[in-house]
Design a protein around this ligand. Structure first.
Ligand code: GLC
Length: 538
């Protein structure tokens, strides 16, 4: 791992603490569980782990509702456990990135509790967006903004005022016009930097600043990178003022030794707009959701790659690549539908089900394609086992606020958050002692358990491990993409490696050269089967 600018080509593994590994046996993952499985990450060959929130929280949005930014929720452990985890990671050469949630606090946060107890017009209320309602008695919300999770983005409090929450009622949006709010987060950054973290993933990075006056906007909230969604600049997203915040954070990170980084979760399109978050004095990386959402066709994939690379070029930033995370249907299931079929709202037991074999085949091809691209790649826990979404999760166990706020219309994200399998023969597949798991695991996941795949030639875990090794050896995280023209295939060279993915329905000829790795078996005649990627030294 290069010490300087380590994040430029890093493979960063997302740990979702609830569902990674459970040391205390209560069915919910924890920091000691994560520490106990670090060697898996070392064997896999990633550079860093990013942990979703583990801070004190009532868990109305799985921890993205933070009640205290400077502590660990007892469900996940203690600050001492955190320090021990960071030390154990460093010992193994792994970097640690934590999640920062600045757009909103939990309604349990002391500031919001003070706001509720305070009067209209008070300083305590000014830390959030409290407004009088419309209508004769203020009985209507102040404007028509909708919550991302469904329903109005406003909730009324007993004295008649309303407060803004772009997400759940339990996640009131902060007022970033206030210096006190900015100061608080600068302290939070320092708190975790002092504890040795290498960086931050910034939640809802495009949302902190709202257009002044909160002008009306009634369109439903869809990620603005949704296929078909034209770029608009709604008053709650991607306001110019957010960039000042990241500039000030950059200065703080740069005042620390080492090379500390920030990656933004900004659902912003087009790529040129997203590039503004990664100008030299702002963040280092932004998630590339355009790429994640690109349909599985040669033309769409090439277009997504080209526009992503072109988007960051003028600002001199690197691209990132991602296929799965805790908010989307896992790519092994998403790709089990025909291109164009939307899984954006999740998958329920009475929905059409993905073709599992096809999904896994394409997921492996997609991963091999992604890991050959210059820049930094993000992996989501379990994808290295080829883990599918839990697509038949009973609705009765769902916990995602999306499911409730959409009045049971949108299934939401629980299906990608199920505790992952480690040991085929153990209760809860070795997730934790005692066999508990906060969401039920499918009955047929033994085949995806780490110990079913470790060291097995051709297993998805072996493919990931070998891909990460070759990526490093051949410098694929750096380099440039040089395209070859192809029909129904994506075909390019990055340094010494030629990468070909066959999106067609029939086998494609392979050029001469040594096949370094392929996402599936080649045909007996040496051709590349459909939905397969090969890396060649040619
Ligand atoms: C981000 C998180 C998501 C969360 C939301 C609100 O999109 O990734 O899980 O629900 O922010 O904090």
């Amino acid at each position: 791992m290069s010490q300087l600018l380590w994040w430029r080509d890093a493979v960063i593994y997302q740990v979702y603490p609830r569902s990674f590994a459970d040391a205390d046996g209560d069915g919910m993952g924890d920091l000691r569980g994560i520490a106990s499985r670090l060697d898996h990450l070392v064997e896999l060959g990633v550079d860093a782990l990013w942990m979703s929130p583990f801070y004190p929280s009532p868990q109305h949005d799985a921890g993205y509702d933070v009640a205290d930014y400077r502590d660990v929720d007892p469900r996940f452990g203690t600050l001492a456990d955190f320090d021990a985890l960071v030390a154990a990671a460093k010992e193994r050469g792994l970097r640690v990135v934590v999640d920062l949630v600045p757009n909103h606090t939990s309604s349990d946060h002391v500031w919001f509790q003070e706001a509720l107890a305070a009067d209209s017009g008070s300083h305590a209320r000014d830390r959030y967006h409290f407004r009088k309602g419309l209508g004769v008695d203020g009985e209507l919300p102040p404007n028509g903004w909708q919550s991302v999770f469904g329903g109005p983005a406003w909730t009324r409090v007993p004295d008649g005022e309303w407060y803004l929450h772009l997400f759940d009622t339990s996640q009131p949006d902060l007022n970033w016009d206030l210096a006190e709010v900015r100061d608080m987060f600068e302290d939070v950054l320092r708190f975790w930097l002092d504890r040795g973290v290498d960086g931050f993933r910034v939640d809802v990075a495009h949302g902190l600043i709202k257009e002044s006056g909160l002008p009306d906007w009634t369109a439903a909230q869809v990620p603005i990178t949704s296929p078909g969604a034209e770029h608009r600049n709604p008053p709650m997203w991607d306001q110019d003022g957010v960039h000042d915040v990241y500039r000030s954070w950059r200065r703080i990170l740069d005042s620390y030794p080492g090379d500390r980084m920030m990656v933004g979760e900004a659902w912003v399109a087009p790529a040129e707009r997203l590039a503004r978050y990664v100008r030299p004095d702002e963040m280092n990386q932004a998630f590339n959701f355009n790429y994640l959402m690109a349909p599985w066709t040669a033309a769409d994939q090439r277009e997504a790659i080209e526009s992503s690379l072109a988007g960051v070029e003028p600002v001199g930033a690197i691209c990132t690549w991602v296929l799965s995370n805790h908010d989307v249907v896992r790519h092994a299931s998403r790709l089990g539908f025909e291109p164009g079929y939307s899984t954006q709202g999740g998958i329920g037991e009475d929905d059409p089900q993905p073709d599992e074999a096809l999904g896994l085949r394409r997921a492996r091809a997609a991963t091999l394609l992604m890991l050959s691209l210059p820049g930094s790649a993000y992996l989501y826990q379990g994808e290295e086992f080829g883990l599918p979404e839990h697509t038949t999760l009973p609705d009765t166990v769902r916990q995602d606020p999306t499911w409730f706020r959409s009045r049971h219309e949108v299934r939401g994200r629980d299906g990608c958050r199920v505790p992952i399998p480690w040991e085929a023969g153990a209760p809860a597949y070795g997730f934790g002692p005692g066999g508990k798991s906060w969401l039920p695991q499918p009955v047929d996941w033994a085949r995806f358990a780490a110990d079913s795949e470790r060291g097995v030639p051709g297993s998805t875990l072996s493919m990931y491990t070998e891909a990460l090794r070759l990526r490093r050896t051949h410098g694929l995280g750096g380099g440039t993409v040089a395209w070859n023209e192809a029909t129904d295939a994506v075909d390019f060279r990055n340094g010494p490696v030629r990468v070909i993915t066959n999106f067609g329905k029939v086998p494609a000829p392979l050029p001469p050269g040594e096949v370094l790795l392929a996402s599936g078996d080649l045909a007996a005649d040496g051709t590349l089967p459909p939905d397969t990627t090969a890396w060649l030294r040619a």
